[in-house]
Design a protein around this ligand. Sequence first.
Ligand code: SAH
Length: 554
Amino acid sequence: MQKNETAIVTIEDIGVNGEGIGKVDGYTLFIKDAVIGDVVEAKVMKAKKNYGYARLMKIITPSKDRVTPVCTFARKCGGCQIQEMSYEQQLQFKHNKVRGNLERIGGFSPELLEKIMEPVVGMEEPFHYRNKAQFPFGTDKEGNPITGFYAGRTHDIIANTDCALGVAVNKEILEKTLSFMKKYQIPSYDENTGKGLIRHALIRYGFTTKEIMVCYVINGKHIPHVEELVETLRELEGMTSITFSSNTKRTNVIMGDSYEIIWGQGYITDYIGDVKYQISPLSFYQVNPVQTDKLYGLALEYADLKGNETVWDLYCGIGTISLFLAQKAKKVYGVEIIPQAIEDAKRNAAINGFENAEFYVGKAEEILPKYYEEYAKTHDGERAHADVIVVDPPRKGCDEILLHTMTEMQPDKIVYVSCDSATLARDLKILCERGYCLERVRAVDQFPMSVHIETVVLLSQQKPDDTIEIDLDLDELDATSAELKATYQEIKDYVLKEFGLKVSSLYISQVKRKCGIEVGENYNLPKSENARVPQCPKEKEEAIKAALEYFAMI
Ligand code: SAH
């Protein structure tokens, strides 16, 4: 097809960014805002050899999954990508996205995924869920200040103070701010000239405490007549913190490096589950507290703590997951790259009275290997032990070095919380090649109306004795044991006594095979061809060999 050509297209699939996908004579078109099941008229905007991008011109027959968007700006605004898809269909789309990545990138079988993947945890009320919003300010053609959202992929501001994802009080705060700006002719910042004052308003709301924070990002050092702004904002019930952050740099970064209090305190308080958090304008905090509670509750359920465990929480941010885990574990170690977040984590641990959480600043892929090296290979082996390792990395996933250290530490469980199922799948493949197996997978919808999805995964250490299907032929065993001088149990007991190591029958049979001792053709070989068999580690191999020598078998 050529640019500007129009065609009638039936939407048969959904792309990763929520766009509809359909074919015209074998030529694939990606059409934003088209919903699977729609028949639409579309105009080609960009044509490549085998595929193109087209604009939705007219809906000829709407899909049964198409709904009227709650927000009139849904199609223009860059915030929501799939508001015109029924929520049920959104959840199905997200489930399929995770499953598709685990299958294609992770190499997991459809049968396994069918068996272990649980349905996406959705929201009962999938609107007004965000506790944080950052509104840019601009100026309309008449010279009036406006605020709202950036149109998709641009910095053009769509005037809208009533976002369907944010809390109701946003509108009141923004309207009050605009009236104040008009009254005193306080100009919005202009990205093109670098002039003007008000850049952004950051609003945060504590869903549990009902506390409100407003932080103005300004291109300067103060807001003229600010007392009047404070007075009007204080009329709102729950107003707790009014601050400004000075940002005079001509960049896309929203916040300045610091903030100053104009009125009230510098933070609000909120809860996720029973854990209390203090949140400042610069703190990272999950934006959907209702779903975060479910997400971390699931991580905690997967970790299945009994109270005596040592747990690592890598990429811990302000310690949200760490403190959830600390409620049930003996000891939690958190690692995070941003020093400010670790300060918050320590303070949050203190205000909740947790004494069993310890935090490190640095890269997870540097801190964990260094820690392990220091304790496992030198003095204090016990401290190198972890029962559960939880990771919650950014979109790019985990560094391979980190994954290797994690498996070397041999925790019973690994809980992987991910915001990108493609990198999740890549990392799971590595973990499963190194002795772990996929037990549970469940996605949680943290961002309804967008294409994003969080996933929680449980991996457990593959124990030779309980997860490998073993062909145990008793006749064969009898036959072989007759020629052998020591039984498997005797070898195990010897290795435990002399070396303090526990070895499985699987490992013993592997070493025997290596030493050329007959163990029966099928004994301890996996039944299915693609079962992953743990290999006996060097140290245990040496110990088993010593036992074989002791029993004069080699
Ligand atoms: N679990 C946290 C946040 C997870 S977001 C919470 O729920 O609050 C991912 C975090 O990883 C961010 O805080 C980011 O700053 C941090 N991060 C990014 N790269 C990192 C690295 N290499 N090592 C440790 N932390 C990192």
